[in-house]
Each structure stands twice: as structure tokens, then as C-alpha cells.
Design a protein around this ligand. Sequence first.
Ligand SMILES: [Zn+2]
Length: 171
Amino acid sequence: MVTVMPKIIASEVKELEFRQRTVKGTSLYVTEAVLSNIADHADEGYLDNKEIMGLMMGSAYRDDEGEYVIVTGTATSKLDSNEVSVRFNKESLEQLFGSIDRCRGVIVGWYHSHPGYGCYLSDIDIKTHEGIFRKDIGFAIVVDPADSTIIAFQCVDGEPNKVPMLIMDSD
Ligand SMILES: [Zn+2]
């Protein structure tokens, strides 16, 4: 899945700007608008009993604690999906790139839904994640629209760790 992504990430990861984070111990900041986009997308899929997926766009920074990201947008395209799997439609990559271009910043993570079976990263999810993202920059959000749960993860050496997520006002 999404094998075109690593190149995009690699070409865009530069020396990160130094900027102190607002909340100690929190590496993932998401705007309210992004969160409601993701929730709406997941709800839409749920109506058809389908998983959905998209990329999280934003900025990565570094400070004394390490690296952290602020997610300010989402990008997606037509998907091939059913109730247990999802991928970007191969013929719709132009649409995906257009969607990426309309966002500020770089790809800092991805989101997908598990309609009705809970928020976790499957083995395939972990492989997908580690194929795309560096360890410290790259978050996976999983949402279950059946009970409106949403959990963020990071992967360290093949192990998914739940991470706290701070919701910011959209401005
Ligand atoms: Zn999954």
C-alpha cells in the first residue's frame, strides 16, 4: 500500500525548525478541524461499512525534548476499501497528489478507520507505517466510528505505542 509515499517523505524532511512545544511530553498536536474531518470521513465510510484512509499534513519541529508535529490538514483520494481493508485507488494518485498540494506543510502521519472493531494497529498497519515514516515523525491515528473512539500511535521498533494527542483550536 502507498508505496509512492516514502520518496515524498524523504525529499521533504529537512533540518527541523527549533521551536519549544506548548505541552511537555506531548508530540502530537491536531487542530479541531482536522479531527472533525477525520471523524466525518470515518462516519461516511461507516455508512457503507467501509474503512477509510487519508494522510495527515502539517509541520514538524524539534525542541529540547525531541521532535513533534502539528497536524493542520488532511489529504485523501478515491479509495479501494471494504470493511477490513483500505488503500488509495491506483488510478487516483493524481487526485491524491492534488489533495496533498492543497495542504500546507508535509506529510506527518496517516489516519484510517476500523469500523466496529476497535482502535489498534494491525501487523499490516505497522508494516505500512514503518515503510512510510521515520520513527519520531510519523503518527498513525485509528478511528472507530461505531463508538466514536480515536487513538493515536507511534511505532518504535515494530511496536505500536499509544501517544497522547492535544487538540488545538483551529485558526
Ligand atoms: Zn488498520
